[in-house]
Design a protein around this ligand. Structure first.
Ligand code: GRF
Length: 195
């Protein structure tokens, strides 16, 4: 069973979708650790309810990014983490984690990359007036939202949809796509194939 860590900063609906896929036997993996950088984040309760080990930190309690990333890395290694799954983790990873987990860190982003990188991708896309939007899952490298794309799913924006309705559509897609893509990656790895 592959051991994964989920990193998040907020609500954790993607974490929940992955956890549910595991609980329902649709995804063979174990969430060995949840890493959260916001002590008030709703994901914490969702992880603790499932008795998943959770490391909550505040960046400002550490001297610098290297200091908190060293602690994250130590905790990942102690938990036997093989893959890092970013799910709304609002921090840029440094080389410390990238080099410790080469090609083993993935992220989900609410746009059809390479369009609308960075924060508020949905707002950016709405402001641009795009008629086809979507979700991307990609490897994480040094370029923000710039790593190789693993999976994408598009949808047509219906006339008159509000920001909230678009967000709901994005989430509905994410909650299917993330567990399914993880399943594909982990199965390929087990067969000895690179994605
Ligand atoms: C998702 O929309 C994801 O694409 C983005 O952050 C959001 C996280 O939502 N990177 P949640 O915390 O999983 O509900």
């Amino acid at each position: 069973m592959k051991r994964i860590a989920v990193f998040a900063s907020g609500t954790g609906t993607n974490f929940e979708a992955i956890a549910r896929a595991i609980e329902e036997g649709r995804l063979a993996a174990k969430i060995a650790l949840v890493v959260v950088d916001q002590p008030q984040a709703a994901i914490i309760e969702k992880a603790q309810k499932r008795a998943i080990e959770t490391f909550v930190f505040r960046a400002r309690d550490y001297a610098d990014k290297a200091a908190y990333e060293r602690e994250i890395l130590t905790r990942c290694q102690a938990a036997g983490v093989e893959w890092i799954v970013l799910a709304g983790y609002m921090r840029i990873l440094s080389d410390l984690l990238l080099e410790a987990y080469p090609n083993k860190i993935i992220n989900i982003h609410p746009s059809l990359l390479p369009a609308f990188k960075g924060k508020d991708a949905i707002g950016q896309a709405i402001a641009y007036g795009v008629k086809v939007m979507g979700v991307s899952i990609h490897y994480v490298n040094r370029d923000l939202d710039g790593g190789r794309i693993i999976a994408q799913q598009a949808f047509a924006v219906q006339e008159g949809w509000t920001h909230e309705e678009i967000e709901q559509q994005v989430h509905a897609i994410e909650h299917e796509l993330y567990p399914n893509t993880l399943k594909m990656i982990l199965e390929k790895e087990s067969r000895g194939q690179e994605e």
